[in-house]
Ligand binder design. Structure first.
Ligand SMILES: [Zn+2]
Ligand SMILES: [Zn+2]
Length: 749
C-alpha cells in the first residue's frame, strides 16, 4: 500500500523529466520551469490531492505520521516572498520545486524502499497525469517509468541536500549567495589543492605515450612534445593525419546533436501530441518527408548526407559534441541506446576514413537521457561503448573516459584537444545532487586544470570541447568553467559546445568590469528537431599560431522539405563577414555584444542565425527598434557565463565595459579600435602589446624579471596595474615563466 505514494511522487518527477527535456520550445531557457510553475501555482490543490489520495488507503496512524512529516516541509514554501531577489524570475517555480521535493522526500523517508513493486500502480497514475496535460500517456507511461523511477528513488534516498538547497542547486530557486559561494569555494579548493589519482595518473601515464604522439609533428614541435607530460595520444591515428601543407589553416569540423532516429518513418504524422513525431505508430496530422521535419529527429539518410559533406570539406579533424540518440525518451532501451551511439561513431569513421574523430558526452548519450553518473553501470556501459567505437581515442584517453568522460589528445604540433564533461553541470541531471560532493567530479576538474596548466607551460594551444554551453546550468559548475576560461584564456584558442540546438556564443569575463577574455561557441544541431535547419560548422585554425581564424556555418534548408527533392547542405555564413569582425578574439565578440545592445539589425541578424534561419524562430525572438528590455535580455544571454550573472543582468541591465580604451587594470589581446601605443598583454604580466594602426603585436617580452606597468607604460620590477591572476595562473617560478614567455616570443615573432 504505502509504496503507492512513493510512486505518486516519483511519477511527478518522471513527468518533470519529460517536461524538462521538451521545454525546447524555448531551447535556450527551457528546463523544469513550466512544470514547476504549474505545480507551484496549484500547490494547495496538489497538497489536498495528495493527502486525499493518501487518506483513502492509510490507517489513521499512518495519516497522522505522514502529516507530521510532510506538512512542515510542504507548507513552509507557500510563503516565499522573502526569497525574491537577485533578479531571478522565481515564484511559482521555486514554490513548485519545494512542494515536489518535500513530498518526495517525506514519502521516501516514510514508505520508500524499492521502486520495482509499484510499477503497475504507477502506470495508472501516469496516464491520468499525461492525458491531463494533453500528451499520449499510453505511449509515454509504460516505457519511461521503469527507466527513471528506480534512479530517482535512489537519488532521493542518498542525496544529502536539504529541500531549499536542492531547489537552488537545480536552478529552480534563486541562489542563496552564501550557499553558492560556499560551494564555489569548496570546488575551487578541492580542484586547486588536491592531486587526485585521476589527474596524476593522467599525467604520468600520458607521458609514456608522448614519444609516439610527436611522430607526426613537425620539427618545430619537438621541444613542446618532448617536455609535455600530457600529450596523451598513443597512436598516430590520434594526430592530424592529413596535413595539408599548402593550406594555412587546419579545418576542424564540428557536428552537434545528431539525435538520429532509426525508426523515422516517411509519411508519418508530423504533429502528434507527443514531444517529437514521425514514427509509424504516432497518431496525428501531416505526412513526414523523406529527409526529416522540424518536429522530428532525422533518419539515417539525412545524417549520412552530413557526413558525406563533412568528408568533402577535407577536414583535419572531426569533433562531435554529443547527443546521438533520438528524443523519444519513452522508447529508450539500454541496448538500442548504446547501438545508436555505436552506429553513429562507426558511420563517422566509415564516411571520413583517416580523419581523427573525437566525441564529447551529451546528456542524451547517458541512459536514461540526462542521468549521467559515473558509479552507475549504465554510464559505465556508455564509456565502454564510446571507447570501443571511437578508434581515434588513445589508450590513455580511454582510461580517462572511464573515469569521468574527459580526455586530451595531441592533435598537431603545439595543438591539443581537451574534452571535459559538462553533464556534471547540467541542471536536469539529478545525479549531480550526489556527484557534487564526490571524487569523480573533482578528479575531472583537476584533470582539466592540470591539462591547461601543462599546455601553457609547453607553449601549446588547446581546443576545448564540451556538450553544454554555459549560461543555464548548475551555478557552481559554471563558476568553475568561467574561472578556467578566464585564467587560461591565453591557452584556449577555441572552446566549443552544442546541446542548445541553436547557434550562439557566450563571453567569459574575469570580473564584472572586465572585457571578455574568452569566448565559447555553441554550434547548431545536425538534427532538425525544435525548428532547426540541420547544421554543421567548420572552424579554421591558423597552422602557425594555432589560433582561431574564422568559422563557417552550413545548413540544410528545411523550409520546403516537403517537395521531396534531396536537400542540399550549403554555406550560410562566414563569421568574420557576417558580423564584421576583424578577428575571432573575445574582445571582438565583446564588441559585437555591445553593438547588439542598440543596433537592432545587428541583434536580429544574430537572432536569425541563432534560430538557423527558420522564420518562426526569428518571429519569436526578434526585438523591435527601441525595445530596450528586449535588447537587454538578449544580450544578457551572450554576456553571462553563469545563470546568476544572467539573473543580475536581466534585472540591472547589461553592465559590461563599453569604453574602447581599456581601464588601466585591463589587458589587450586585440588592437581593434585602440589608439597607437603600448598596452598590457593578456598573455601575462611580463609581456606587453604594441598597437600600430589597428595591428596587434602581442607577447612582447619585458626584460628579464620585469613586468609591465600599464600606467607608466613601461616594464618595471613591480607593476601597479597587472592583476595578480595573470602571474598566479602561470603558477611557475619566475625563471620558468620568463623562459616560457621568451620562447613564446621566439616562436611567434
Ligand atoms: Zn541535443
Ligand atoms: Zn544535449
Amino acid at each position: 500500500m504505502s509504496a503507492k505514494y512513493v510512486v505518486f511522487t516519483v511519477l511527478l518527477f518522471c513527468s518533470a523529466t519529460v517536461q524538462a527535456e521538451f521545454a525546447p520550445a524555448a531551447p535556450d531557457d527551457g528546463g523544469l520551469t513550466p512544470f514547476l510553475e504549474a505545480l507551484g501555482n496549484n500547490a494547495e490543490t496538489y497538497h489536498t490531492l495528495l493527502m486525499n489520495h493518501l487518506s483513502e488507503n492509510m490507517t489513521v496512524d499512518d495519516v497522522i505520521m505522514f502529516r507530521s512529516e510532510l506538512l512542515p516541509e510542504v507548507t513552509s514554501p507557500y510563503d516565499i516572498t522573502s526569497q525574491q531577489g537577485n533578479g531571478a524570475p522565481f515564484n511559482a517555480g521555486c514554490n513548485g520545486c519545494k512542494v515536489a521535493i518535500s513530498a518526495l522526500r517525506a514519502l521516501v523517508r516514510l514508505f520508500g524502499k524499492k521502486y520495482e513493486d509499484i510499477s503497475s500502480a504507477l502506470n495508472v497514475l501516469c496516464h491520468v497525469l499525461m492525458n491531463a496535460q494533453g500528451y499520449q500517456g499510453r505511449i509515454i507511461c509504460p516505457n519511461i517509468l521503469p527507466n527513471y523511477g528506480p534512479k530517482v528513488v535512489y537519488i532521493v534516498q542518498n542525496g544529502k541536500m536539504g529541500v531549499g538547497e536542492t531547489c537552488e542547486f537545480i536552478n529552480a530557486c534563486p541562489a542563496n549567495t552564501e550557499t553558492q559561494d560556499k560551494e564555489g569555494t569548496a570546488l575551487k579548493t578541492s580542484s586547486s589543492s588536491s592531486r587526485s589519482s585521476s589527474s596524476s595518473s593522467g599525467s604520468s601515464s600520458s607521458s609514456s605515450s608522448s614519444s609516439s604522439s610527436g611522430s607526426s609533428s613537425s620539427s618545430s614541435s619537438s621541444s613542446s612534445s618532448s617536455s609535455s607530460s600530457s600529450s596523451s595520444s598513443s597512436s598516430s591515428s590520434s594526430s592530424f593525419k592529413r596535413h595539408h601543407p599548402k593550406r594555412d589553416v587546419y579545418k576542424v569540423v564540428q557536428l552537434a546533436d545528431v539525435h538520429i532516429d532509426f525508426d523515422y518513418a516517411e509519411g508519418a504524422a508530423v504533429e502528434c501530441n507527443l514531444f517529437v513525431c514521425c514514427r509509424k505508430n504516432y497518431r496525428g496530422k501531416g505526412k513526414s518527408s523523406k529527409y526529416g521535419e522540424y518536429t522530428c529527429n532525422p533518419p539515417p539518410r539525412t545524417v549520412e548526407l552530413f557526413l558525406e559533406k563533412a568528408a568533402k570539406l577535407n577536414p583535419d579533424v572531426l569533433l562531435y559534441t554529443g547527443d546521438s540518440p533520438p528524443h523519444h525518451l519513452w522508447y529508450e532501451q539500454l541496448e538500442e541506446h548504446m547501438n545508436t551511439t555505436r552506429y553513429l561513431g562507426e558511420a563517422m569513421h566509415r564516411k571520413l576514413p583517416g580523419v581523427p574523430i573525437y566525441p564529447a558526452i551529451g546528456n542524451h548519450d547517458a541512459f536514461p537521457s540526462n542521468l549521467y553518473y559515473v558509479p552507475d553501470p549504465d554510464t559505465q556501459l556508455l564509456h565502454d561503448t564510446l571507447v570501443e567505437t571511437y578508434s581515434s581515442l588513445s589508450e590513455e584517453s580511454g582510461k580517462n573516459m572511464h573515469k569521468g568522460g574527459y580526455y586530451q589528445e595531441q592533435l598537431a604540433p603545439r595543438l591539443r584537444l581537451l574534452t571535459y564533461n559538462t553533464n556534471y553541470g547540467y541542471e536536469n541531471n539529478w545525479f549531480n545532487i550526489l556527484s557534487q560532493s564526490e571524487d569523480h567530479l573533482h578528479n575531472m576538474q583537476d584533470f582539466v586544470e592540470d591539462a591547461l596548466k601543462t599546455a601553457r607551460n609547453d607553449n601549446n594551444k588547446v581546443l576545448l570541447m564540451g556538450h553544454h554551453p554555459v549560461g543555464t546550468g548548475i551555478i557552481s559548475f559554471e563558476e568553475w568553467v568561467t574561472r578556467m576560461c578566464t585564467e587560461y584564456h591565453d591557452v584556449i584558442s577555441l572552446h566549443i559546445a552544442g546541446h542548445k540546438h541553436t547557434d550562439l556564443f557566450r563571453l567569459f569575463r574575469a570580473s564584472p568590469d572586465a572585457w571578455a577574455s574568452s569566448v565559447q561557441f555553441a554550434a547548431p544541431s545536425a538534427n532538425s528537431y525544435s525548428r532547426i535547419n540541420p547544421s554543421m560548422r567548420v572552424y579554421e585554425i591558423d597552422r602557425h599560431t594555432n589560433e582561431l581564424v574564422d568559422f563557417v556555418t552550413y545548413h540544410m534548408d528545411f523550409s520546403d522539405i516537403g517537395s521531396g527533392a534531396e536537400p542540399e547542405i550549403k554555406q550560410v555564413y562566414r563569421a568574420s563577414e557576417e558580423y564584421g569582425l576583424t578577428d575571432m578574439s573575445a574582445r571582438s565578440w565583446h564588441q559585437l555584444a555591445i553593438s547588439m545592445l542598440s543596433d537592432t539589425p545587428a541583434l536580429n541578424k544574430y537572432e536569425n542565425n541563432f534560430g538557423t534561419g527558420v522564420a518562426a524562430n526569428l518571429r519569436d525572438r526578434r526585438c523591435e527598434e527601441g525595445d530596450v528590455t528586449c535588447h537587454n535580455n538578449r544580450v544578457c544571454q551572450v554576456t553571462s557565463s553563469t545563470l546568476r550573472q544572467r539573473w543580475e543582468c536581466n534585472t540591472n541591465g547589461v553592465q559590461i565595459p563599453t569604453d574602447p580604451t581599456p581601464a588601466p587594470t585591463d589587458c589587450v589581446s586585440s588592437c581593434l579600435g585602440l589608439a597607437n601605443g603600448e598596452y598590457q598583454s593578456c598573455q601575462g604580466c611580463d609581456v606587453y602589446v604594441t598597437c600600430s594602426h589597428g595591428n596587434t603585436y602581442d607577447n612582447r617580452p619585458c626584460p628579464a624579471r620585469l613586468v609591465w606597468d600599464d600606467v607608466i607604460k613601461r616594464c618595471e620590477y613591480t607593476s601597479t596595474t597587472c592583476r595578480q591572476r595573470h602571474r598566479r595562473s602561470a603558477d611557475v617560478i619566475d625563471g620558468d615563466e620568463e623562459r616560457q614567455v621568451q620562447s613564446k616570443g621566439t616562436v611567434k615573432f
